[in-house]
Design a protein around this ligand. Structure first.
Ligand code: GLN
Length: 274
C-alpha cells in the first residue's frame, strides 16, 4: 500500500516536473503595476554565478553583494522582491538563461561586450573594471611576457579568459568554473597566477596577504545588467533605477559598503562587506 502510494507520488511528481519543463513558457507571466512582465508574480528573479565577491556571494546563508544591492533597488522600484538564482556563468553570458525564461535579468559582474550584445540587451553601464593578475607575493609575475611558459588560471566564459587566449599566448591556460576554484588554485600552487576582474582580485588580496595583484591590463570594461533581447519595459526600469541611484547618492553608499570608499577615493578601511 505504502509502496504503491510512493510509486504513484513519484510518478506524479515526475509528470509535474515534465509538465513544468514543457509548459514553463505557457505560465501566465506576472505584470507589475508599471507594466513590466516578470517570470514569477511579485518577484524579480536574478540570474547570477556565485561566488563573485564582493559583487555576489554567500554570507551567513544569504546571498549579498554590490550587484545584489543594486538589483534590490530595481526590485523595490518595481514594488517586488528580488530572488537570486545561481547558475553557470556560461549560460548567463550566452543569453541562454534569459531566453529560456529562467530569470528576468542577469547581474553577475558581467562586462558589456559586442558578442554579448547580440545575445541580450544591456542596461547603461554601472561599474568599471579591467583585467588584473593575481599571484603569490614575490612571484615577480607582473606582465604578459613574464607569464611565458607559466600556468595561468582563467575563469570559464569570462572576458579574462578571452583576453588571456588572445593576449597572453605564451602562458599555459588552465580553466576553472568559478572564482573560488581559480583562487584556490593560485593559493595551492596548482597554477602560477590567475587573471580576473580587478574588483574581485583586489578584494581577495586585501583579505589574503599571501597573494598580491601585480598588474592590471587596462581592458576598459564596463558592467551591465542583462535582460532578454527586446524586454524594453524591464530595461527602461533598470536604467531608471540606475539613474536614481546615481542622483540620490545611493550608488555611492552601496559602493562604499562593498569597496570601503566612495568611487574614486582610496579605501581607508577594510570594506564592511567582506
Ligand atoms: N566581468 C567578467 C565577464 O563578464 C567576469 C564576470 C564573472 O565572472 N562573473 O566575463
Amino acid at each position: 500500500m505504502t509502496r504503491t502510494r510512493t510509486t504513484v507520488a513519484a510518478a506524479v511528481s515526475a509528470l509535474a516536473l515534465l509538465g513544468a519543463a514543457a509548459c514553463g513558457s505557457e505560465e501566465e507571466p506576472a505584470t507589475t503595476e508599471g507594466g513590466v512582465e516578470l517570470i514569477s508574480a511579485g518577484t524579480l528573479t536574478t540570474c547570477t554565478h556565485l561566488p563573485y565577491e564582493p559583487f555576489q556571494f554567500e554570507d551567513g546563508g544569504e546571498i549579498v553583494g554590490f550587484d545584489v544591492d543594486v538589483v534590490d533597488a530595481i526590485a523595490a522600484d518595481l514594488g517586488v522582491e528580488q530572488e537570486v538564482i545561481d547558475i553557470p556563468f556560461e549560460t548567463i553570458q550566452s543569453g541562454e538563461a534569459l531566453n529560456a525564461g529562467q530569470c528576468d535579468l542577469a547581474a553577475a559582474g558581467m562586462t558589456i561586450t559586442d558578442v554579448r550584445e547580440e545575445n541580450m540587451d544591456f542596461s547603461t553601464p554601472y561599474f568599471e573594471a579591467t583585467q588584473a593578475l593575481i599571484t603569490p607575493v614575490g612571484s615577480g609575475l607582473d606582465s604578459a611576457d613574464a607569464l611565458e611558459g607559466r600556468r595561468l588560471a582563467v575563469q570559464s566564459g569570462t572576458t579574462g579568459a578571452v583576453y588571456a587566449e588572445e593576449q597572453i599566448p605564451g602562458a599555459e591556460l588552465v580553466t576553472f568554473e568559478d572564482l573560488a576554484l581559480l583562487l584556490t588554485a593560485v593559493e595551492s600552487g596548482q597554477v602560477d597566477a590567475a587573471i580576473n576582474d580587478n574588483g574581485v582580485l583586489l578584494d581577495y588580496a586585501a583579505d589574503n596577504p599571501d597573494l598580491e595583484v601585480t598588474t592590471e591590463f587596462n581592458t576598459g570594461e564596463q558592467y551591465g545588467i542583462g535582460v532578454r533581447t527586446g524586454n524594453t519595459a524591464l530595461l527602461e526600469q533598470v536604467d531608471a533605477t540606475l539613474a536614481r541611484l546615481d542622483d540620490d547618492g545611493s550608488y555611492d553608499e552601496i559602493y562604499t559598503t562593498w569597496f570601503g570608499a566612495a568611487p574614486g577615493e582610496a579605501a581607508s578601511a577594510a570594506p564592511t562587506g567582506s
